[in-house]
Design a protein around this ligand. Structure first.
Ligand code: ADP
Length: 187
C-alpha cells in the first residue's frame, strides 16, 4: 500500500472503539482515563473522554442513583458513545456502571467495546476517599452509595483487569494500550 493509501489516524478512516472503565468510586477510573487519553492523542487518534462526574452535571443531571436512574444514565451514555465510536472516535468511558446487565447492554449496542475492570478493594477506595463521599455514605448522609448500601457487580468478562491497589498508574495505562494494540484496535 502506498503512503497515500495508508490509513492515517485522526482522519476518521480508522474504526473507533469504546474503552469502558468500570469500578468503585475512587478505584481510579478518572485517574487512568486522563493519561490514557493523552497517550492515544499523542499517537494521533481522535479521542473523547466521557466521565461519569462530568456527564452527571450535564447530560444526565436530572438523574439520581436509584437502579432505574443508574440504568438510564448508562443507556444515555451508551447512545453518545455509540455515535462517537461509529464516527471513528476512540471513546474512553469512565463510569462506575455497577450492573453487569447495563454493561452488557453498552457492549451489545456499541459493538467495538473493551471493558476494563478498574479493580480496587473497597477498604482502599474508602481509605483514599478522594471526594469524601465514603465518609458521608457511612454517616448515612448519602444513600444508594455503591459498595456501601448499593451493589457493585464485578465484571465477569472484562477484557482487561487492572488492580490499582497493586499496580502503578503507568503500568495500568500501558496494559490498556498493549491490549488495544495486540487486538488490532490501534496500530
Ligand atoms: P474514580 O474515577 O474511579 O472514582 P479517581 O480516579 O477519582 O477514582 O480516584 C482514584 C484515586 O486513587 C486518586 O486519588 C489516585 O491518585 C489514587 N490512586 C492511587 N494509586 C493509583 C493507581 N495505581 N491507579 C489509579 N489511581 C490511583
Amino acid at each position: 500500500m502506498s503512503d497515500e493509501q495508508a490509513v492515517k489516524p485522526g482522519r476518521n478512516q480508522e474504526r473507533g472503539v469504546a474503552i469502558w472503565l468500570t469500578g468503585l468510586s475512587g478505584a481510579g477510573k478518572t485517574t487512568i482515563s486522563i493519561p490514557l487519553v493523552e497517550k492515544l492523542r499523542t499517537m494521533g487518534y481522535c479521542v473523547q473522554r466521557l466521565d461519569g462526574d462530568v456527564v452527571r452535571k450535564k447530560l444526565t443531571r436530572d438523574l439520581g442513583f436509584s437502579k432505574k436512574d443508574r440504568d438510564k444514565n448508562i443507556e444515555r451514555v451508551t447512545f453518545v458513545a455509540e455515535l462517537l465510536v461509529n464516527h471513528g472516535v476512540v471513546t474512553v468511558c469512565a463510569f462506575i456502571s455497577p450492573y453487569q446487565a447495563e454493561r452488557q447492554y453498552a457492549r451489545s449496542e456499541i459493538g467495538r467495546f473493551v471493558e476494563v475492570f478498574v479493580k480496587c478493594p473497597l477498604e482502599v477506595c474508602e481509605e483514599r476517599d478522594v471526594k469524601g463521599l465514603y465518609a458521608q455514605a457511612r454517616r448515612g448522609e448519602i444513600l444508594n452509595f455503591t459498595g456501601i448500601d448499593d451493589p457493585y457487580e464485578e465484571p465477569e468478562n472484562a477484557e482487561i483487569t487492572v488492580d490499582t491497589s497493586e499496580m502503578t498508574l503507568e503500568s495500568e495505562v500501558d496494559a490498556i494500550i498493549l491490549y488495544l494494540r495486540e487486538n488490532g484496535y490501534i496500530m
